[in-house]
Design a protein around this ligand. Structure first.
Ligand code: 13P
Length: 343
């Protein structure tokens, strides 16, 4: 474990007003998004789409690192340049999703556990050789009647900590993502309680595994009510609950915190991040930024429609959304700023 290299990578990922772009949808998730957008669910279309993303002009102005999926790390542009090399040339650090998705938890089938620890050391070694310098592992926790169970939180956070330790052994910065899902009609208070439990337990497990916190990034959900809850909390309420929960439970030593968007609209996710900076900017002990997938990509995907003639417009939209998130991180986002020129 080279702690100096780990810290350097983690700090570079958290630098400036930038954030991360999650473009690591698994085959299933990517195909699901393509299906919803009426696109063919083939390897070639996934390649074309990821090509669109990595070749977006100006992306590096707002994005410090991009998380790839296994299929994508081996893919190239039409001209035969590996995507990973396109990113590096642009000054974007390549990362890789290394979990192997979720399955129903034995004994509690409404909950999920994440797979992928077996053989992970060998895969990490290979990814480092290919140029990846950070990784991501996502655990999901479901809020429901009597859910999540203690056992689920325990199993998910233990796996996250083991993964983080293995990453650091290979000088790869781990992003740990304990995602409390927005599915359901729960209140913001309930989300707070579950998020707090998950993060508390996660840091206990990370300590047990001897994980080096300055070389680690936490990717949490924002503290927000469930999608089916009709009461919409204000931007201020979401920002305040989220920062309060993080301040109380995330050690100051971590390299940074980078949110997932979790099904919020791009504007909601951006507004919430902005509000956190405006209201709490000076109190934050770690960099606080974004690691969005849908909140950056979805509008661009909708424009692309699988057609070459739409690539430029889709890229413009992608760069625009990323720039809004960067503005939010700097606390200089506004609804007026977020007016995309003619579509
Ligand atoms: P969303 O921003 O779409 O929630 O995705 C982030 C992510 O990386 C999920 O693992």
């Amino acid at each position: 474990m080279n702690t100096e290299e780990l810290k350097q990578t983690a700090d570079a990922l958290m630098a400036g007003d930038k954030g991360l772009l999650a473009m690591d949808e698994s085959l299933n998730t990517c195909n699901k998004r393509f299906k919803e957008a009426g696109l063919p669910q083939t390897e070639e279309y996934r390649r074309k789409y990821r090509q669109l993303i990595v070749t977006t002009p100006g992306l590096a102005e707002s994005i410090s690192g991009a998380i790839l999926f296994d299929e994508t790390i081996y893919q190239s542009t039409d001209d035969g340049v590996l995507f990973i090399d396109v990113l590096k040339k642009a000054g974007i650090i390549p990362g890789i999703k290394v979990d192997e998705g979720t399955t129903a938890m034995p004994g509690s089938p409404d909950e999920k556990i994440t797979n992928g620890l077996e053989g992970l050391d060998i895969r990490l070694n290979n990814y480092y050789g290919l140029g990846a310098r950070f990784a991501k592992w996502r655990a999901v926790m479901t809020i429901g009647k009597n859910l999540p169970t203690e056992a689920n939180i325990q199993a998910n956070t233990e796996a996250l900590a083991k993964y983080a330790r293995l990453c650091q052994e290979d000088d790869i910065v781990p992003i740990v993502e304990p995602e409390v899902l927005m599915d359901g009609d729960h209140t913001i208070e309930r989300c707070y309680e579950v998020t707090e439990n998950a993060i508390k337990e996660l840091f206990k497990q990370l300590e047990k595994q001897g994980v080096y916190l300055p070389g680690l990034i936490l990717k949490p959900n924002m503290v927000i009510a469930g999608k089916d809850n009709h009461h919409k909390n204000s931007t201020d309420e979401v920002a305040s609950a989220t920062v309060k929960c993080l301040l109380a439970n995330v050690p100051h030593e971590v390299a940074g915190v980078a949110f997932l968007s979790g099904g919020q609209t791009p504007q909601e996710a951006t507004r919430h991040l902005h509000e956190m900076h405006v209201k709490f900017g000076k109190e934050l002990p770690w960099p606080l930024t974004f690691s969005f997938a849908r909140a950056i990509q979805q509008p661009a995907l909708d424009i692309w429609k699988g057609k070459d003639k739409n690539v430029k417009a889709a890229q413009d939209m992608l760069a625009f959304r990323a720039s809004m998130d960067s503005a939010a991180r700097a606390g200089r986002y506004s609804v007026d700023l977020d007016r995309y020129p003619v579509l």
